[in-house]
Design a protein around this ligand. Structure first.
Ligand code: C5P
Length: 399
């Protein structure tokens, strides 16, 4: 029996030169046992014919929404509903921009908007288009929405230049599909509390003290933990990011609100991952009315906030505790001190003074320090990849 036996896969093919490779992808998916329904964009039909896919898959091929109806009454909804997975390979910059913006103006984009099935995309395009910040932003949006992106390969591109943007070999893409579809869920039914973003502490009705944390790291961990089957509570300070798919969300503002939300579920939790940048101090008094400017100097009196993680470490039973240490110097020394002081299982440390990693970007470069003295250093990597590393380490420690 094939690894994808009885799985229904909608294969979206968009108009890139790599569209011809989608023929082999369709063929390999079928060989693995999947029922494959191909949707082509109009542009894709310039590169490959519908007939090729119909012969390979043994199924009708959809292109436009207004042509003759083959099998289904409302075809895009029917395909959206039947899919166990929507795979788009190759995915052009254009289709990713449309999905990120919620545009549904052809069969493929409409199906993606209508489906509740997981969506995987294999981007392929010219290096400059791939590296364009608009494309990068769109890919980041798709990841945040829980879609899986298959990393393009580097090499010689059809446009004559060398660089990142090539569609990976069909065998690699199909392997990723199989890993995803048959993927084990190492965190199945585990209760994990994840905190993210920064807390804010009000000064008066219009002002607050805050920090630069955007929540990207914590949201990436929450999305991946949910994908691996965990029951995730994401406690987040103010963040512009959308709720990750499949998590229970609790939005809070202050450190004390975060503490209350975490402690409410701590007793039942299997693990807590504190990636939030919690304010250490809050204004001693919050002015009831907007503070008016008067003297040249304004003195703020601050008082200590509770150290949430330290408190969890004190009451620790079965829970695995993971902390973060964002430092600007002496990363190792400070991180190890926190590991011990807060009674953690491991700590994820990074140097936030680096320009390419840390706050508000999609990448991070970290070291992990474990309770048993182990140290692991990682190169610069996408926060979505780092989320997998952190959860792998967690799964290995969970009792
Ligand atoms: O001591 P420091 O703030 O550097 O430690 C960072 C770790 O402690 C992070 O995991 C952070 O979420 C957590 N923390 C906390 N409560 C605070 C401050 C930090 O739980 N008041």
């Amino acid at each position: 029996m094939g690894a994808l036996e009885s799985k229904k896969i909608v294969l979206g093919v968009t108009g890139g030169i790599a569209a011809y490779k989608a023929v082999e992808i369709a063929s390999r998916l079928r060989k693995a046992g999947a029922e494959v329904h191909v949707i082509m964009t109009k542009e894709a039909t310039q590169f490959v014919t519908e007939l090729t896919f119909r012969e390979i898959t043994g199924q009708p091929v959809s292109v436009d929404m207004w042509g003759k109806v083959a099998n289904f009454n409302v075809e895009h909804i029917a395909l959206a509903n039947l899919a166990d997975l929507v795979l788009i390979a190759p995915a052009t910059a254009n289709i990713m921009a449309k999905i990120a913006a919620g545009i549904a103006d052809d069969m493929l984009s409409t199906t993606v908007l209508a489906t509740k099935a997981p969506v995987m995309l294999a981007p392929a395009m010219n290096t400059n288009m791939y590296e364009n910040p608009i494309t990068q932003r769109n890919m980041s949006e798709l990841r945040q929405r829980g879609m899986q992106l298959i990393e393009p390969a580097a090499g010689h591109l059809a446009c004559g230049i060398e660089g990142k943007g090539r569609l990976p070999e069909p065998v690699t893409i199909v392997q990723e599909v199989m890993d995803f579809m048959t993927g084990e869920q190492p965190l199945k039914s585990r209760k994990i509390i994840i905190t993210a973003a920064g807390t804010i502490e009000p000064l008066d009705p219009v002002r607050f003290l805050g920090n630069h944390s955007t929540g990207k790291m914590g949201y990436a961990i929450a999305a991946e933990a949910a994908r691996q089957g965990a029951d995730v509570l994401l406690v987040s300070g103010p963040s512009a990011l959308p709720n990750p798919a499949g998590v229970r969300m609790k939005r809070i503002q202050t450190a004390r609100e975060m503490q209350a939300a975490v402690e409410a579920e701590y007793a039942q939790a299997d693990a807590v991952i504190m990636s939030a940048a919690v304010a250490d101090y809050r204004p001693k008094t919050v002015a009831a009315e907007k503070i008016k400017k008067s003297d040249d100097e304004l003195v703020l009196h601050l008082e200590r906030n509770p150290d949430i993680l330290w408190g969890l470490g004190q009451q620790k039973q079965q829970q695995v505790l993971v902390g973060f240490a964002a430092e600007t110097c002496n990363v190792e020394e400070y991180a190890k001190k926190k590991l011990t002081k807060k009674n953690l299982d491991f700590i994820v440390a990074n140097d936030v003074s680096a320009k390419d990693a840390g706050f508000a970007v999609d990448n991070n470069r970290v070291q992990l320090y474990f309770r048993d003295g182990r140290t692991e250093k990682y190169p610069l990597m996408a926060k979505s990849e780092l989320a997998k590393v952190i959860l792998d380490k967690l799964a290995a420690i969970l009792p």
